[in-house]
Write a protein that binds this ligand. Structure first.
Ligand code: HEM
Length: 264
């Protein structure tokens, strides 16, 4: 069996997209085991990750990409009330859950395939968002990259311990945490690598899904003459198949082909 066949056989179909074998998994290639543990442990040092993710998203929709305000239903909301709006609040919760789930899959259960599938699925589901479907442009406006670049700058200082988490008003003082076992430089490098994997994988899965959706949409919106042409082609295929069946039936009726002895 050729190498390409071997490779093909080891691929698994996940939903509508293909995920390669483990040797192609970016979480395996780009991060080593120590990196993956560091990712998990540094994420776990956050007491209220959702709070921080929320603050960062509010900054994104206000200062960096105001176009996203409509998408997240906070166009008219004052800044202080934005996180209580269901779309933005819901997205912050899902985003935080995703980080929790992936860092756990990478650093605890070592389910690298699952982590890869989850990231690709997340990229795919975004193709269904009308705003992204229309405005996402890998080279000029890659929204995953824009968002994760802000996380790169604003989340990492909390993960390294350089920045203290904000304490929401009226809450008890923070529990004393164990010392971080990784240097800030190590944590920074690992998270930068992690975010770059998310951008690459989400973008790729998003683009594939969008192309698929557009192709099937084009198929549905064929011009009237194309529908007629398709119908003619279909009828021709059916009649060809029919005549093949008849020919086969005739030759069976005639009985087995006679083999004559070679006169030489
Ligand atoms: C939904 C993560 C960027 C808009 C989601 C979900 C996740 C997620 C985990 C839930 C998916 C599911 O239901 O299976 C992320 C991550 C992003 C990102 C990690 C950054 C890289 C964006 C951007 C937009 C966006 C830039 C802007 C249009 C949405 C919307 C939903 C969604 C509208 C559906 C929300 C809902 O139904 O409540 N996202 N997202 N996301 N995302 Fe994102």
């Amino acid at each position: 069996m050729g190498l390409s066949n071997c490779k093909l056989q080891s691929r698994k179909q996940v939903g509508s997209s293909w995920v390669g074998n483990e040797s192609e998994n970016p979480f395996e290639i780009i991060l080593n085991k120590k990196d993956r543990t560091c990712l998990r442990e540094s994420f776990q040092r956050l007491q209220e990750p959702k709070e921080i993710v929320g603050i960062i998203f509010v900054d994104i929709v206000n200062d960096i990409e105001p176009d996203l305000r409509t998408v997240f239903g906070v166009n008219r909301a004052p800044k202080a009330a934005m996180l209580s709006m269901p779309k933005l609040g819901g997205h912050v919760a899902r985003f935080t859950d995703l980080l929790e789930q992936i860092t756990s899959m990478l650093g605890v259960s070592e389910n690298l395939t699952g982590a890869w599938q989850l990231v690709r699925k997340t990229g795919r589901v975004h193709a269904k968002q009308a705003f992204l479907e229309q405005n996402f442009n890998q080279l000029e406006k890659n929204y995953f990259e824009i968002v994760l670049n802000v996380f790169d700058q604003r989340l990492i200082p909390y993960l390294t311990g350089e920045k203290e988490e904000p304490v929401p008003e009226g809450t008890a003082p923070r529990k004393v945490r164990f010392a971080q076992s990784y240097t800030p430089d190590v944590v920074t490098v690992v998270w930068k690598k992690f975010f770059s994997i998310l951008v690459a994988q989400m973008t790729d899965a998003f683009e594939l899904e969008r192309t698929k959706m557009r192709n099937s949409q084009n198929q549905k919106t064929l011009a009237p003459h194309q529908h007629v042409e398709n119908e003619v082609k279909k009828k021709k295929r059916i009649s060809e198949r029919q005549s093949e069946i008849e020919q086969t039936a005739n030759s069976v009726e005639k009985g087995p082909e006679q083999l004559f002895e070679d006169p030489f």
